[in-house]
Design a protein around this ligand. Sequence first.
Ligand code: ADP
Ligand code: MG
Length: 549
Amino acid sequence: MSNSPQYIILKEGTAESKGREAQRNNIQAAKLISEIVRSSLGPRGMDKMLVDSLGDVTITNDGATMLKEIDVQHPAAKMLVEVSKATDNEVGDGTTSAVILAGALLEKAEELISKDVHPTVVVDGYMKALEKAQLILESIAEKVDPSSKTDLLKIATTSMMTKLVSDDAPHLAQLVVDAVTQVAEKAEDGTYKVDIDNVKVEKKAGGSMVDTKLISGIALDKEVVHSAMPKRVENAKIALINSPLEIEKTEFSAEIRINDPDQMQKFLDEENSILKGMVDKIEDAGANLVICQKGIDDVAQHYLARAGIMAIRRVKESDMSKLAKATGARIVTNLDDLSSKDLGQAKLAEERKIEEDKWVFIEGCKNPKAVTILVRGGSQRVVDEAERALHDALMVTKDVVEMPSIVAGGGAPEVEVASQLRAWAQKLQGREQLAALRYAEAIETIATILAENAGMDPIDTQVDLRARHSKGEKWAGVDALSGKVANMWNKSVVEPTAVKMQILKAATESACMILRIDDVIASSKSSAPPGGPGGGMGGMGGMGGMGGM
Ligand code: ADP
Ligand code: MG
């Protein structure tokens, strides 16, 4: 051995971990991530308080938000964070479940690998099981009418019930369903499309959650610029301008020498008349409301007020494009181009006071497919979490409107899929069958964790659920609120099939990807070497955001 030459191909300081060790590290790290979110699953799940390096506090129950806020360093752990992000983007809900399922799949795989089943065989078994699980899910799902508000209401409420704002779930869910059905567009083939960007969520701390309102139109966190302007305009003709109504300063410093007071006056008059000219163009076009993305000069404000035109300045670009869509206005850069054709329309524009702030509401827009949910609540943290809960509820409602198929919740579909998978796995060969059976167990953990978080006995619940499902009770699940096993369909706890499909797909794919890795090479620049016993944990030291606690 000592004679054999040694070849060095990796740079000095590079950390490498191979084979079993690399696999074990990756699996450990990924499992740790799923441990973090585990206790927050379901309506009785706990919340997490996240403290960042500046001491800012976020309180949340949302898996995607938790993982976004903590600063994870281990590469395999990062992959699980990706799973929650992908699920959030794709369907908007089920982020916690996806991470938990990926963790469970890895845990079960580890048991097999330690019994000398090759990871490739596990991966193959898992992929086959995924395909079958999706088919089973499809076969047990129920069709719904996407235009029926009662079903949509159940979906939105279920999603909200698992969040901090669950007490107000019925009220908020109603707003969500109204908003989504208002912006949904029917295609020629009878299906619906929902552009969730048409629903603007604005928040303002203060008042209580029941004051949260749906506005059919757009709310802007801005006040009317000049006190002499009208505060209410009916039949608004709206000019959207994205250049300043000011005299632009020159780039270079110029000097003008004035030796007689008349010249001074002339100079000021000239400025005045330029600004007056701008206002004249707006007036000539017939606008009675100007919304400007940039600033509006005092003099211009004065002339606008004299012409009886309401004006708002420094509006966000994203709001400008929403306004354009909602009112049918064209955003104009050069005032010379402004004509009556460019103006948007709304039935009413009005400044209203919310707490100590003034907001401008633009309602009854030409295109009614633009709505705002104005979130109110006791404190900033409450409205922040309400906004996240609204996001999830809006997304699940959209999911069902677009793909009108639902399943019951509370772990019922997971237990049903698991029990049908077990029967199917009997047809598989040897070790692949082992993998498929473990897959079924992993899916079932969703139900056990729900039970655990609800303070029920996980083993008793599992036995009870299996017995009921074998008797054909496909919607028997964990009713976390009463702490009993129940028919979740009758309890109106329902979820989009699309979410369940995404959870299965995202979790299985990422678990398989992690299982296929047998070599982790970290370049010397990396601060977190992945190798070594405890090295995997070392990578987790990256929860630095919480270090101050
Ligand atoms: P996720 O981020 O995965 O959506 P949640 O914390 O929102 O995580 O929990 C979702 C799980 O809670 C789903 O499995 C859903 O079926 C379940 N669930 C929702 N409402 C109830 C309820 N009333 N009883 C039992 N389980 C429920
Ligand atoms: Mg949820």
